[in-house]
Design a protein around this ligand. Sequence first.
Ligand code: NAP
Length: 268
Amino acid sequence: MKSTADFSGRYGPWAIVAGGSQGLGAAFAREIARRGVNLLLLARRPGPLEETAAALRRDHGVQVKTAAVDLSAPGFLEAVEQAAAGLEIGLLVCDAAHSHTGLFLDSDLSTCLRILDTNCRAPLALVHRYGSRMAERGKGGILVMSSLSAFWGSPYVAVYGATKAFLVNLSEALWKELGARGVDVTVCTAGPVLTPNYIASMPTRKGPSALEMTPEKVAGIAMAALGRRHFVVPGALNRLAQFFMGRFVSRTAAVTMLERNTARMYGR
Ligand SMILES: NC(=O)c1ccc[n+]([C@@H]2O[C@H](COP(=O)([O-])OP(=O)(O)OC[C@H]3O[C@@H](n4cnc5c(N)ncnc54)[C@H](OP(=O)(O)O)[C@@H]3O)[C@@H](O)[C@H]2O)c1
């Protein structure tokens, strides 16, 4: 692991965490704060943003700014720019995501487009804007949250899974392109993570499964991968599942398995 001085020298003095108010985003913010980097947290609701920011200031003594921004709204980038005015952003974490469970044709088109805007358009715009400034300075880091659902079509979460595939593909390419300009890019394809929203979305969930991980564990592993690997799957069992499904299971069988599994998980 990089020392605090190495980390803040390479990825400081400020980090943006898009989706930094709760769940994994808040865990990323804690990982960053404890390495001495100041934070600008983005999310829609001011209440959770302020609560998380206050805890980070109290526990880690870093500066924390917040901006209540809807990343799916057309003018979001200007709002982020305003909030980040005068800050040197050395690290960008694209964590915020929107999801919806249900059959594609039963979902409103507006919901599908909102997933696309939050999960693809927003990270693309943020990475373009702040990645280009990092490249000009010849240093910085970008961490993108994807999911194991990126690798195969996932019935019942079809649009969400497709947006996560976009992020893997984009991040892998940028790892090379931006890496050549001194900017580290890592994409994290997590399995199930015990965030409040994940738990709330599983009405039939019985208890912890071996694949589920805490947000703290996932954020710690992903952050440690930045600057070392362009791609990380937290958790040995999740890595094994991804390897096994990729090598030994046909795509047809994999999608059928995911359909059954997702239907069971979400009580469909
Ligand atoms: N939990 C899992 O099992 C799991 C598994 C694999 C990958 N992931 C990925 O990990 C990331 C975080 O997941 P999570 O479970 O921690 O999510 P979460 O608990 O739902 O938190 C999402 C964060 O993003 C913010 N957000 C959502 N929509 C937004 C928007 N339109 N504009 C601005 N901020 C927005 C939320 O705050 P507001 O609601 O206030 O806006 C919150 O801070 C996501 O990219 C997800 O795809 C999660």
